[in-house]
Design a protein around this ligand. Structure first.
Ligand code: MG
Length: 230
């Protein structure tokens, strides 16, 4: 792996997952755990639908569509809730390093654009590029649109792998950082993988090489070692 990155003659491209990777907590899951209809939460419906998605019985598009539709929430309530979420340590520093070093950074999320924009804005890094599903407020609940769903096989709302394969050029080095099940296809298009939690388990199961990480200071350490201390 390290040989590959030293021999890179194109661009260095860093793709990162959002929920549980850029943020400490999974924002989407936490929001729905809080604002789904009370009777659904009492019945354990949310856990059931997530397990159903993980088992491959429903797509993430279906999962998100139901979660949005069955929420009861106003814009003010959502914004207040979003104030509680913080960035994973080292992410702002990684954004700054990438700018200085000319590394292309993009967030790829199968979550929702509204909270990504809100949280990036809160930390003054709204200029970080992202691709995600679209969320809007609708009749006292939420609704989602999936502009990239037809780019992939349909299991994900937003096909992360399509973005990576479309953007990458010959000679580029592709680095992916993620934590979960929604990253399982994207990592197949990466040269270097940083993984934790469910994604690390998946890599181990599939015998894929990866670097474990706790936060973005681990990524920064790798970058400084391989791409210079700029
Ligand atoms: Mg995640």
């Amino acid at each position: 792996m390290s040989k590959k990155c030293l021999k890179q003659d194109g661009e260095i491209r860093l793709f990162v997952d959002f929920d549980g990777t850029v943020t400490v907590k999974d924002v989407g899951n936490s929001i729905f755990d809080r604002f789904l209809r009370p009777e659904l939460l009492e019945q354990g419906w949310h856990n059931e639908i997530i397990e159903s998605w993980k088992a491959g019985n429903i797509s993430s598009r279906e999962c998100l569509t139901y979660e949005c539709e069955y929420s009861i929430i106003t814009e003010k309530e959502l914004n207040t809730e979003l104030e509680k979420f913080g960035l994973t340590p080292g992410f702002v520093e990684t954004v700054q390093y990438c700018k200085r070093r000319g590394i292309h950074l993009m967030i790829l999320s199968d979550g929702l654009d509204y909270y990504i924009e809100y949280i990036l804005g809160k930390y003054g890094i709204s200029d970080v590029e992202y691709r995600a599903n679209h969320m809007f407020f609708h009749n006292g609940s939420l609704a989602a649109e999936f502009p990239f769903v037809d780019k992939g096989c349909g299991r994900c709302g937003n096909c992360k792998r399509w973005h990576m394969d479309t953007i990458r050029q010959d000679g580029d080095v592709i680095i992916y950082v993620g934590d979960g099940f929604s990253d399982r296809y994207a990592i197949r298009s990466a040269d270097i993988i940083f993984a934790k939690h469910d994604l690390a388990d998946y890599c181990n199961k599939e015998s894929l090489n990866f670097f474990p990480f706790n936060n973005f200071f681990d990524i920064l350490r790798y970058f400084r070692q391989h791409y210079g201390n700029v």
